[in-house]
Design a protein around this ligand. Sequence first.
Ligand code: SF4
Ligand code: SF4
Length: 304
Amino acid sequence: MLKVVCGAGNEDCESVKRLVYIYAKAGCKYFDLSAKKEILEAAKEAQALAGVEDLHYCVSVGIKGDPHINKAKINTSKCIKCGNCYRSCPNDAIYSSIIIDEKRCIGCGTCAKKCPTGSITMFEKDVNVKEILPYLVENGVEILELHIMGHDKKDLDYKWEVINECNPKYAAICIDRENFGNKEVLARIRNMIAHRKPYTTIVQADGIPMSGSDDTFKTTLQAVAMAEIIQNANLPVHIMLSGGTNSKTAELAKLCGINYWGIAIGSWARKVVKPYINSKDFWNCLDCQHSAIEAAKALVKASV
Ligand code: SF4
Ligand code: SF4
């Protein structure tokens, strides 16, 4: 099963609407959205346009220190207008005039790495989980996901408690190994699922977060390796792969004997439809929509 990740930080309603429309038409049933009322509304609007009834929504929030709640900002006084950031942004969040569209920025940090003058820094943009998450669950969101790649234990405990109080169909934990060893990863998960009913938690085994811009086995290897660690721990959870996932992920996971529940694909899912989805005339261009849906169908099929 494929879950298309529109981006925890992607607050651009129009791009989410187009993405959900295309992938819903292509047969995808699960979508990961930013925790915003207007984003859920945009997704539902797309669902109605696509004429598909049984879609399932997940929203993602992150703890302090997690890159998924970051946004980029540019110090214009240091900028030499080389254009590296504009050319490298995977989500077209930087205009040619070197201005960042904060709503489109997903916090991947690519621009900051490419900047030769250190003009780009990242800042955290948190959401009020107590306010927004109950509303989203009441309005049909089935999965609440917490990204926990940060060291702020107090924030983790608080947000996990709020998620549990909302009583979603599934609570999800997204974690990678960059900041923790395998032992710490499993200890965190065990602690978080201790009071949850078996198999009501999804562990999203994140390989390398927001790194799936290439369609190779190498890109997805870390996600599969991470899933194997979770699987070997025999926890009563569903396993979802993410972070560097692409059309090769299912094949590699099967070869490695991973019994996965689903595959979450963000960067690659957005990239395969990008040439069509960015058309100014998208909603009137049936050829653009058809080409996008065909590209999306191939990814849906490869992710079974
Ligand atoms: S490269 Fe990544 S961090 Fe930079 S503006 Fe684009 S989405 Fe945001
Ligand atoms: S990469 Fe850095 S120096 Fe180059 S245009 Fe972007 S902000 Fe300016």
